[in-house]
Design a protein around this ligand. Sequence first.
Ligand code: NAP
Length: 320
Amino acid sequence: MKAKVYITRKIPDEIVSKIEAVCEVRMWQEEEKPVPREVLEKEIADVDGLFCLLTESIDKELLDKAKDLKVISNMAVGYNNIDIAAAKEKGVRVTNTPGVLTETTADLTFALLMSTARRLVESTEYLKSGRWETWSPMQLAGQDIYGATLGIIGMGRIGEALARRAKGFNMNILYSNRSRKPVVEEELGVQYAEMDRLLQESDFVCIMTPYTAETKNLIGERELSLMKSTSILINTARGGIVNENALYHALRSGSIWAAGLDVFEQEPVPLDHPLLTLPNVVTLPHIGSASIKTRMRMAELAAENLILAIRNQTPKNIVV
Ligand code: NAP
């Protein structure tokens, strides 16, 4: 008898076919809408494998409904949507998709940095709304990127890829991380700094850590107050790492200059969220890894991990 798999969102046909070659597949058929919780609770009951996205909260309560579950394959590198301890306790393997999205996410992070610094979104709106009547010296003037200091918090795969891009802009790069990275320091010429120093000296602060109990609200009122009034915060990691209320006040009061955000504490971010009212915030709907090639690679890797675990073989990317 074939193993049973549930896929929580409509994914490309060729990926479904690969899984179908090995498993009996049921799939939520909507592309734009996440699977309702009650459907997921029903579907998880008898499956051997779950293919899910970061939009699904795989908590203990849900896991307790699963009777035969062997593997949860998350189509993301971050896995803060899964209760890892509960999965481990139940002997359920969890896999993710690191590596294949590194360069694409670094591209987006650098694009967000540039568009925030040079006010690209604001400038487009300025032009399209008919306010461009003349040219004046300080009109829509932003911050320089070339030669500025970039502080990277979380020097992992994406942090390193970001540093490589920043080198091309002759940026001075500081980083803080849980552990020091002598090889990266040597190879990329980046300098380790305690977080307070990094916040005080950087013109751009990019957050690139995972979202964990230790990084929740890592950047709050105190940390934002250390930043320069001309500096810019970029977050393409996870929303909960930054205290959004503190960020709103720092941006409103001018204690920092601007922010570029691809991620929010609650996603989709509510349209009445105070951060959306500020002109000095560039907001994106969590599109860090969203290139066609990379999303296909992520889906392929998630499918591969799922199939390997179902076959009792070792998946390529094991979280637990
Ligand atoms: P990674 O290679 O695991 O890098 C994470 C880095 O953060 C590691 O160097 C790690 O340090 C460091 N770190 C962990 N906890 C820390 C802490 N408490 N304080 C300081 N540093 C800490 O992960 P990655 O592939 O670069 O991805 C990073 C994160 O980006 C993901 O977890 C995900 O949430 C996010 N992401 C977002 C998007 C998007 O679409 N916006 C796309 C991809 C990824 P050690 O070296 O000591 O472990």
